[in-house]
Ligand binder design. Sequence first.
Ligand code: BDR
Ligand code: CA
Length: 308
Amino acid sequence: MGKVILDMDTGIDDALAIAYACAIPELELLGVTTTYGMAPVDQSVRNTLLVLELLKCDAPVYRGAEKPLVRSRVYSGTFHGNDGLGDVNRREPKRTAEEMHAVDFIIEQSRKHGSDLTLVTTAPLTNLALAIQKAPDIVGKLGRVVTMGGAVAAPGNVTKFAEANIIIDPHAARVVFSSDLPITLVGLDVTRKTVLRQEAAEKWREKGTESSVFFATFTEYYLQAYKKYHPYLQGCALHDPLAVGVAACPDLVGTVPMHITVDLDEDALGRTVEDIHRESPASPNTQVCMGVDAERFVSDFLSRTDQA
Ligand code: BDR
Ligand code: CA
């Protein structure tokens, strides 16, 4: 069984990723570390706790970074709502987060489980960058980092070049990609090909349980945003669930080894770029997902989350 930590800014597709991870018996969910991103960190904590409660999963939740290393964060509720989950929830979770900071949990678990541990990040990379800066020894220990973020050949979704999780904290991303950690990059090159259609949300609504109706309602919010901004997709992208899928089943994707660096120049801020112009040759630092068996992934996601 693969031990896994999810590092999230729990918005809508992060919540779908939690449901998927909980439904994969081969993954042992050690905990969820949270950060700001689509909403402030305290909202991410609440969303994570509520989603886990509805899924009847008692994995511990850790509060992490509140802001990017250098930049400042301005929130917009366009894709995820002001509360990160489509502004449809009326109640508070019963549990609270653990005392330990998310960064310390990542360090502790990396030291404890070493190569058995996979960290799946679906948020700005601030928690992981802070963990590397505080405890550089985790670089040689942590088994694998599967990161939803970036766009290598595909266009960005915030600017022409940059994807949200990277551009929100490009300095943290720079720390992570310069670190020698074994990274698999699940970027827009593949996640835009994995599409959830309206019928899935309708099916969850018809099921009529508290969790399935909640999932249907916030997913419909996301679908509406996609209809407005990316109508050609005919559904919403399963960005964060695909990272969980890759952690559980690496052969869902085809990867290309590259040396990825993060652009910090203003005109291309947050671009994840293959560093082909480097002066001294460096070995590849990232397995970049460039192909995906989207049909197999979406059907696996739907059949497993049907239990939620
Ligand atoms: C990423 O940004 C957020 O909107 C999603 O949750 C995902 O992690 C996609 O660019
Ligand atoms: Ca996310």
